[in-house]
Design a protein around this ligand. Structure first.
Ligand code: GLU
Length: 342
């Protein structure tokens, strides 16, 4: 899972974005990059591998600017190379993207047929060419981004930045998470509150289908039906321990050491003097089949859980890889319970 950060700031943003990306390192990534608007022009730096490589690039070739977007990539379309790393750029627009654009092949063919020159193998690059096309047709950046969103199928969190627009950043989400951070005369975007923790604790979580237009003065949010809407600003207390490795060699070692405490905290949330009470009236006893859906390590955890559910609860369990489940038409009965683990 990769990370997105965006800053409309009052200081140079590259160091802030790099620091925020470090807070998203726990998600894993293969390359990273940052784009800024500087004196009206878009500029970007990208590097494969650890964030320290991006930091090295920016030490030798500084990236000034007070508005910018950054990304840690976990490749789905195209190998981890500098050309495929985000932000992607075409004409006056730069974009960072988490997720997958399912109809990218058709969009790419359409754009290439009318002259767009692609420089990466990613699904993401179709977004910048499409938006750039809309700008060329005379749309404003906001109109162009919203027209682009209408053409996209799949799951995404996106941040857009535009040349000539030092006080504008657009965020959108469908499927993948995205949060807005509210500062004092500054505004932020981030995949989660943890990324934004040092800059602000005032967070708005966007809902599915939302598109947010940010300036330093605030955010205008539009819902999936294009209606302007309000989303709550929450004060987030991000526990500092969650964002670093707490002395462990890497995040996996930290997560292993944390297991007893995390299990206890999770159980305490649902345990009552009568036993364990699950949210929303969820009762495993009513289910006649349990389908567990997960990827990677979470899938391994489900393999263990399957044995437990079968042995202790007598419940029939099926396992599914989440990325496949997404594309099937699974046959589900009224008393089947699906459990998605991430
Ligand atoms: N699908 C995009 C790519 O392969 C985004 C991957 C991500 O979420 O990092 O570049």
């Amino acid at each position: 899972m990769c990370g997105i950060v965006g800053v409309l700031g009052n200081h140079e943003v590259s160091p802030l974005i790099l620091d925020a990306l470090k807070r998203l390192e726990y998600r894993g990534y293969d390359s990273a990059g940052i784009a800024t608007v500087n004196r009206g022009h878009l500029d970007r730096r990208r590097a494969v591998g650890k964030l320290i490589n991006l930091s090295d690039v920016m030490v030798h070739d500084a990236l000034p600017g007070r508005s910018g977007i950054g990304h840690t990539r976990w490749a789905t379309h195209g190998t981890p190379t500098v050309e495929n790393a985000h932000p992607h750029q075409a004409g006056r627009v730069a974009v960072v993207h988490n997720g997958i654009i399912e109809n990218f092949r058709a969009l790419r063919d359409e754009l290439a047929a009318s002259g767009a020159q692609f420089s990466s193998e990613t699904d993401t690059e179709t977004i910048v060419h499409l938006t750039s096309r809309h700008l060329e047709q005379g749309m404003t950046p906001v109109q162009a981004a919203r027209a682009t969103l209408k053409r996209l199928e799949g799951a995404f969190a996106l941040a857009f930045l535009f040349a000539g627009e030092d006080d504008l950043m657009i965020g959108a989400r469908r499927g993948s998470p995205l949060a807005i951070g509210h500062g004092e005369g500054e505004m932020f975007l981030g995949s989660d509150a943890i990324a934004l923790a040092p800059m602000t604790d005032r967070i708005t979580y966007l809902e599915d289908g939302d598109c947010a237009v940010l300036t330093r003065a605030g955010a205008q949010i539009f819902d999936a039906q294009d209606r302007q809407t309000n989303r709550r600003i929450q004060r987030i207390n991000v526990d500092a321990a969650r964002v670093d490795k707490s002395g462990h060699r890497h995040f996996m070692a930290k997560e292993m050491a944390e297991q007893p405490a995390i299990l206890q905290a999770a159980l305490e949330q649902y345990s009552t003097p009568q036993g364990v009470e699950l949210p929303d009236g969820l009762e495993f006893a009513r289910a006649d089949r349990l389908i567990m859906v997960a990827c990677g390590t979470a899938f391994y955890a489900c393999q263990v859980a399957k044995y437990w559910f079968e042995k202790y609860a007598g419940l029939s369990v099926e396992l599914d890889i989440a990325s496949e489940f997404r594309y099937r038409d699974p046959v589900l009965g009224p008393d089947n319970l699906a459990l998605f683990v991430s």
